[in-house]
Design a protein around this ligand. Sequence first.
Ligand SMILES: [Zn+2]
Ligand SMILES: [Zn+2]
Length: 243
Amino acid sequence: MLAQGIQLLYSFIDFLFPPRCILCGAGIASSRLEALCSHCAGYFTGPVSPMCPRCGMTFPSREGADHVCSRCLQQDVFFDAARALARYEGAVRMMIHRLKYRGQTILAKPLGTVMADHGRYLLPADGYKCIVPVPLHSTRLRERGYNQSVLLARCIGRRWKVPVEYRGLRKIRSTVPQAMLPVKDRVKNVRGVFCWTGASLQGAHVLLVDDVMTSGSTVDECARVLKRSGALRVDVLTLARTP
Ligand SMILES: [Zn+2]
Ligand SMILES: [Zn+2]
């Protein structure tokens, strides 16, 4: 009886305020969770083989099997598998900008939901002990008022029923934004800027969450710190990565 009443109330609200896709404004079927239309949700389906099983980068040629890319072969990589749901371009880039720089935290829930629902099929492991968002330096956090990676991680944690350790990993030094530096300087820029202050990670599988992966230097440095703190496996899930 109560459930029917709530359903009726939702239908009435949907009648007064027809649900719209939070990205493109297209009308969507009535649902309390669906905030992206199927077209926009289609941006976030993840990489398709052939790809590098380590960093998730796809290859220009669509033929052949998965193989480790030259970058992962040439340098030490500390994360075990990184996967992004979309390419950081066009509508996806705009959406992340709205979430990150324009204070539109309302986008965190639909984007986090898409990450949770598609991400579990992209990652080779499960049984994560905790989800760790990539932290911001306290100065940046004060400026912005929130960390978009924490918002996304919370959404994934709720859906996967995995605790989010959002205070364990700390950024102890402010850095120049990675996107402003040439790739060769990015590893040095983030070296030694994170530390782990949370509970022991001995033998744990950890999922690291960020909004965008560019060169991968930031998530890799985080993975290095998490492994030095005992984590056995560190996987990375991001909304998007630069093409
Ligand atoms: Zn849409
Ligand atoms: Zn790779």
